[in-house]
Write a protein that binds this ligand. Structure first.
Ligand code: ACO
Length: 333
């Protein structure tokens, strides 16, 4: 570890990966009582990618997204010092980041998982920023990857229509404080509302006979959609405004809003509350649904590939989800 000093950080590259199998609303309506019209009207989602195959996991998607981000800047994986894998659907409860580290050949990197559901990428980016600012590390790979299809009850129409699988990656590098592009961040948690969105642990009814220990397994996703909706539309604009205000920036200076892709109506409502024009919203959930920790880096990567985001643009990144946890990052691209 180098001596501690305050440095800047910039996002050098992004990459993303999606499963090859696409499922339309009409296909979902073959096994739950729903319709394309209901799903599109309430959520804006038209289709989603789902990771099929017994031997496939988030690791496959995370590795692919990471390799694409590395390839774009021809970076040797051995230059990566730290990997943070934001996921709530790991392949191993002890963590999946080390497998990503090994499979991409980042042999000098320390790697760990960070669990914060749909806010995972925002929290991981801020965590990476701390390591870069202090000068502890020079290159950090942040990956958001989730396969919530493994944790959805496919007979529950209120949740199964929402989620898709994907991974997105970003490589951050330290730089001088003058070139710093992470201008500010603002993070929040309110555990009082955790009941509204969870994949809860359920123990067996009878304990282990000798030890009085209750073992069990995780249940499917449960969500109070209305409460999550109200929370997002109320709290996310406040977080964005707080974040902008504390660095004396105004909403007029914002070029792009990259919000967690949960629901088109949430994106529109947040932009309206902030009086930000709807053509500044980056949205791709029509094609992918809610991909949890992957949604922001996937949207960012696509927007960059489509040449939407330009050098020096002010990009607001805001995530929200289970915890409940939410937060904002202001980036000068
Ligand atoms: N198809 C048809 N009807 C349905 C479906 C469906 N897929 N799902 C629910 N319905 C029915 C309900 O049963 C209900 O019927 P009723 O009026 O006869 O009781 C009716 O539609 C209305 O249901 P609501 O739940 O009130 O629908 P709502 O307008 O709230 O939309 C939705 C539901 C889309 C889930 C919305 O609440 C939402 O998007 N919430 C936010 C979710 C979110 O952002 N999650 C992000 C975090 S995810 C994470 O962190 C992992």
């Amino acid at each position: 570890m180098k001596s501690l000093m305050i440095q800047g950080a910039k996002i050098l590259s992004t990459g993303s990966a999606i499963p090859s199998s696409s499922f339309s609303n009409n296909e979902i309506s073959k096994f739950v009582d729903t319709s394309d019209e209901w799903i599109v009207t309430r959520t804006g989602i038209k289709e989603r990618r789902l990771l099929q195959g017994i031997d496939k996991s988030i690791i496959d998607l995370a590795v692919l997204a990471s390799k694409k981000a590395l390839d774009k800047i021809s970076m040797d994986p051995s230059q990566i010092d730290l990997i943070i894998l934001a996921t709530s659907s790991p392949h191993d409860l002890f963590g999946s980041a080390s497998k990503v580290q090994y499979q991409i050949g980042a042999l000098n990197a320390v790697a760990f998982d960070l669990t914060a559901a749909c806010s995972g990428f925002v929290l991981s980016l801020v965590t990476a920023f701390q390591f870069l600012q202090t000068g502890a590390y020079s290159n950090v790979l942040v990956v958001g990857a989730d396969v919530l299809s493994k944790w959805v009850d496919w007979s529950d129409r209120s949740t199964c229509i929402l989620f898709g699988d994907a991974a997105g990656a970003a490589i951050l590098q330290s730089c001088s404080s003058i070139d710093n592009s992470i201008l500010n961040f603002q993070l929040n948690t309110d555990g009082n509302y955790s009941k509204h969105l969870s994949i809860a642990y359920q123990h067996n009814i009878t304990p282990h006979s000798n030890l009085n220990l209750y073992q069990g397994s995780f249940k499917y996703i449960s969500m109070n959609g209305k409460e999550v909706y109200k929370f997002a539309v109320f709290q996310v604009p406040l977080s964005i405004l707080k974040c902008l205000n504390s660095v004396n920036m105004s909403v007029e200076e914002v070029d792009w809003l990259v919000l967690h892709q949960a629901n088109e109506r949430i994106l529109t409502a947040i932009a309206e509350k902030l009086s930000i024009s709807s053509n500044k919203i980056i949205s791709n959930l029509r094609k992918y649904g809610n991909t949890s920790a992957a949604s922001i880096p996937l949207a960012l990567d696509e927007a960059i590939q489509e040449d939407k985001i330009s050098h020096n643009d002010i990009v607001i990144i805001a995530g929200f989800g289970a915890g409940l946890t939410w937060g904002t990052i202001i980036v000068r691209w």
